[in-house]
Design a binder for this molecule. Structure first.
Ligand code: GLU
Length: 304
């Protein structure tokens, strides 16, 4: 059965941008009769907490968004990620990498490396020979494990953005503290959970081509994407806590109910709220009316 999902990281309260993404993902799914899953991306054990998870789920429920089945936690699924790593490893598609963040930055900006897309790994450890690896290993720093990407860039279709072409670099598969990396986990989980449609914030749009490549190498089905433009503060920066009433609790404190917030979010997605019930919104949702630009909530909406 067609399946969509919302996959927050339980590292804080959901803000209006996350809530809008959740509503959009729910509308994409429910308007087409799809299942809708919630997955907690709690690989970051320092920032994630059960309290944040509980408050995020409570906020989704308060908005009237329902989901199918149990909420899945990435922290419970390390064996699946390790199985995928073993598969890539057996195909010769991984290599250990000892680079620190700083070394990566320096290498990426070194003149002889050639242009490296912003944030992409410049490949320093990719072609180390046995002696080079032994030398790096002798530092005692545990290595991360990277994908040996087979293409330099890839293109995916996006329901909201058109097409996305971006660099595919040698993404980290397992961090040097042993924790599986986000790009791997998201690809493994979406496939394992039968997710066909990924609706999420467009801060992850440039990651979609590398995730598609990873799925291809693992022999997993391709998902469809819809990346939603970000929510910006009235001054044009990315919306943040300092901008006012950005969470559902903040909104309640300025006198706005969850139902009213849902109506505002629906309007921001190009939907006339009608009688405002979620199911009614799903009936009328039309992805072609979702605005292409960022949403900038007014100062009044933010309680100012
Ligand atoms: N966990 C990611 C986040 O909260 C979203 C990942 C995804 O939707 O693919 O930003």
């Amino acid at each position: 059965m067609p399946t969509g999902r919302f996959a927050p990281s339980p590292t804080g309260d959901l803000h209006l941008g996350n809530l809008r993404t959740a509503l959009a993902a729910w509308l994409f799914a429910r308007s087409s009769g799809s299942r809708f899953l919630v997955r907690m991306e709690d690989l970051d054990r320092v920032q994630s907490s059960p309290a944040h998870e509980a408050s995020q789920l409570a906020d989704l429920a308060a908005l009237g968004l329902d989901w199918d089945g149990e909420v899945v936690r990435q922290s419970d699924r390390f064996d699946r990620y390790e199985a995928a790593i073993a598969q890539l490893d057996a195909a010769g598609l991984t290599y250990p990498c000892w680079c620190t963040r700083r070394e990566i930055q320096e290498a990426a900006s070194a003149p002889h490396v050639g242009p490296v897309p912003e944030g992409a790994y410049p490949g320093t450890c990719r072609d180390l020979d046995a002696a080079g690896r032994a030398e790096r290993a002798a530092t005692g720093r545990p290595p991360a494990l990277r994908l040996r990407a087979q293409v330099a860039s890839a293109t995916v279709a996006d329901d909201l953005l058109g097409t996305i072409t971006a660099a595919v670099d040698d993404v980290v598969l397992r961090r040097n503290d042993g924790v599986p990396a986000y790009n791997l986990a998201v690809v493994v989980d979406d496939a394992a959970q039968g997710v066909e449609q990924v609706v999420r914030g467009d801060d992850l749009a440039s990651s979609a081509p590398r995730q598609r490549h990873l799925a291809d190498l693992l022999g997993l089905p391709a998902v469809a994407y819809a990346h939603l433009p970000l929510v910006l503060a009235p001054d044009g920066r990315r919306l943040a806590k300092r901008d006012g009433a950005v969470t559902l609790a903040d909104q309640a404190a300025v006198g706005r109910t969850a139902d009213a917030v849902r109506e505002l979010l629906a309007a921001s997605l190009g939907l006339d709220p009608g009688d405002g019930r979620p199911i009614e919104l799903a009936r009328r949702f039309d992805r072609t009316t979702v605005p292409a630009g960022p949403w900038v909530p007014s100062t009044a909406l933010l309680g100012g």
